[in-house]
Design a protein around this ligand. Sequence first.
Ligand SMILES: [Zn+2]
Length: 143
Amino acid sequence: MTDCAFCKIVSGEFESSKIYEDEFLFAFMDIQPVNKGHILIIPKKHVELIADLDDETSAKMFVIAGKINKALRKSELRLEGLNYFLADGESAGQEVFHTHLHLIPRFKGDGFGLKFPEGYRVNLPKRKELEQIAENIKSNLEN
Ligand SMILES: [Zn+2]
């Protein structure tokens, strides 16, 4: 896509600090890191949502995430844990519409985190409701 910042990073038109590259994937340092060592892994092919990506490349993203995870843990960066974060759609917090997986080094007191909605854990769903929702999702699962 011509006006996509991440496509321009893949093509080299935009500068990036590259961590990894192969035929399908590209990983680089986030320029607005939550913590030092914050990395983005993207498919080279422009797709907006992770669901638009082929299964093989999706699987490879997770394999590379695991390798980078290990490298981060061996690095000198401050890291007690890691978040894998993927915002799939604008309502989910996606800001660049070229799917990307965040790897975010975490440590106690870093101030980052997900915010739970008001009433979370107050009105828990009954088993019947969970079963109905599960049935609806399962009926839409593709092989
Ligand atoms: Zn793109």
